[in-house]
Structure formats: C-alpha cells, structure tokens
Design a protein around this ligand. Structure first.
Ligand code: MG
Length: 204
C-alpha cells in the first residue's frame, strides 16, 4: 500500500507556515514503513529537535482506479479516520530553504499514525462537512472542518489518480488545519472525528 499526503490544504495553516496558497493540490508520499497503527506509541526520532503533529482526515481507497473525474471519486474510497502526519519541522525548514526533497522530514518510520477507520456510510453529510479535533494532554490544539479545505476530498482523490494508480488499501492524508505544534516525551495526543475517538497516540 502507499500513503499519499496532501500539503497546504487549509488557508490558515498555509499562513502559519508562511507558505503560498497553491493553485493545484500539493502532495507527497510516505512508504508503508511510516505506518503507525493500533494506537501504538510514537517514539521521537534522534535526528530531529522539533517534531510536529499535523492532524488530518484520512481516507481509505477501496478499489483500483486511475485517472478518474472528481464526480466518480466517491466510488474509490469507503472509509474515513484521522491521522497524524508527524513532521520533523526543523529538517523541513532546511529542506525548503535548500530546495531539497522532503522524505527525511516527512516519510520517516512511524511518521504516519492512522486511527481506526469508520465506514463513510456512517457520515451521511459526506466528506466536505466533517469536524475533527485533536487534544494534547487533554487541551484542544487543533480543531478542523473539512469545509475549510482548499481542495475538497473528491478533487484530491481525482487529482492524485492522474499521476498514481490508486489501489485498495492506499490511504490519503488530506492536509492539516491550523494549530500544528511540537510534541515531547510524555505527551498524549487524542483525536476525534465528529466526536468519535478514532486515534490515540502516546509520545515516547
Ligand atoms: Mg500534513
């Protein structure tokens, strides 16, 4: 399976990074070794002094597809959850400045924490009206609504399929709202989708 992550998809987060609003979706990939599942702990890697959480809606691909239009996109995903796109922000700043690829700041082991998937049929409002929250040590740090996405879920899935064949089990992270911040040993991150707890991640 592959993990595809959309970057810079909420205006307020783009602003907090000091980046430019993109004209087309921006995406990158993480290998399957980045997966962190079943609420396992995230261990802070030794190569970064500044690991950030980014809480994101994650969608699960359920069918092989290539180059389909946005109106057909709902046929290709069947469930939602939340994920943490862990980012070595200090290394990312260096990569941006030097124009280097992002893998070492974004695609390292355990950098893609993924919660428990919930069938999309349980959310009749569709993918563009989903509210989610992340609490760190019990205090709300991120509160997002997919209505605020620059590129909506169906546009994203269609766009990615122009470049990559999507396969069953692939996951797409859809970008983070504002409020990203750092983690330290002992923190506990807990995320809820429409009030349903789907992901918990102790930091070690
Ligand atoms: Mg992200």
């Amino acid at each position: 399976m592959k993990i595809i992550c959309i970057g810079q998809n909420y205006r307020e987060h783009v602003k907090e990074l000091g980046a430019r609003i993109p004209d087309q979706p921006v995406f990158f990939c993480k290998p399957d070794t980045a997966l962190l599942i079943r609420n396992r702990p995230f261990y802070i890697p030794d190569f970064s002094q500044e690991i950030h959480y980014e809480t994101e809606l994650v969608i699960r691909i359920c069918k092989v597809g290539k180059n389909f239009a946005p109106r057909f996109a709902p046929d290709y995903y069947d469930a939602y959850t939340l994920g943490f796109d862990f980012t070595a922000r200090d290394i990312q700043r260096h990569c941006r400045k030097e124009g280097l690829p992002w893998e070492i700041c974004k695609a390292f082991d355990n950098s893609a924490a993924i919660g428990q998937f919930i069938p999309k049929s349980e959310f009749p409002q569709g993918p563009d009206r989903l509210h989610f929250e992340m609490k760190k040590n019990g205090a709300i740090c991120q509160s997002g609504d997919t209505a605020d996405m620059i590129f909506k879920v169906d546009e994203i899935v269609s766009y990615v399929s122009r470049f990559f064949t999507l396969r069953t089990g692939d996951c797409i992270f859809t970008g983070t709202p504002p409020g990203v911040g750092s983690v330290k040993i002992g923190d506990v991150l807990e995320a809820t989708l429409e009030g349903i707890p789907v992901l918990r991640c102790p930091v070690k």
